[in-house]
Design a protein around this ligand. Sequence first.
Ligand code: PBG
Length: 323
Amino acid sequence: MNLKRPRRLRENEAMRSLVQETVVNKEDLVQPLFVVHGKNIKSEISGMPGQYHLSTDQLSDTIKELINLGIKAVILFGLPDRKDAFGSEAYDPRGIIQQAVQRIKEEFPEMLVITDVCLCQYTDHGHCGIVEDGRVLNDESLELIAQTALTHVQAGADVVAPSDMMDGRVAAIRRKLDVNGYQHTGIMSYSVKYASAFYGPFRQAAGSTPQFGDRRSYQMNPANAEEALREAELDVEEGADMLMVKPALAYLDIIRRVKEQFRLPLGAYQVSGEYAMIKNAVQQGLLDNDLIMVETLTSIKRAGADIILTYFAREMAEWIDNQ
Ligand code: PBG
């Protein structure tokens, strides 16, 4: 029978890997880390097994382990000591992120340090900008966001990643960095960040749940794709060096469309809720951890992501080593 037989290419492992189109590499992965004030703190985050709150003195071991595994980039999130209406620890040169970056870069200059630039962990109301009469103000927030980015870069950050979704933040940050002599520092913009329910575990871990309302007046409506392209286009015009889509798995179509339309490296963020769903199902014996990890990360890359920010980065590197 003269059938076309695609199964010939699936006959055995060597054949399958010969024709495999998409491979996730360690070089694609960025490990998120949560940094806290204090000493000797390494406490597991509830709901996110294998992820920790780390004090700056505990960063060394973690970074060393990541480097030994071949992970070359981290993204840092900070938990401040104090919160106020203007999120002032976010742009305090002695703030938690600034201290953490300094420490990492002193000890491990080869580790690429990306910092999340946002105010929500630092404001007492939990919004990503300044609030007045229940509204999140845009232009007034930009100066604080740009100042936050500048202090991160002054501390040694290699890349800043604004995640607030205010209009004009990429331009504001670019200008601020340039006039201060940091023309060479890049911006990875969370260009397409949806107002997603998948951020739940992160907000618990970072203490950044909005105290009133939600983020839908600045983060994107999950129903919109054309708007995603408009957001990405603005960031390109404003000078972003890399774009990002977030979350990842529920937005693979967006990843694909942004990748096809713009000629910039594209990141995708497999967020806390995606990770927690998998880990919880694994703990209940419903899913196989490694198979799901590899399948989801591969699908994110297949959709078009060049860079994957994922809580699985360390584990994935271990898996790659064991192949
Ligand atoms: C800060 C920020 C958030 C995440 C990354 N940066 C939370 C939010 O927007 O509420 C989410 C990351 C995750 O869920 O893993 N704005």
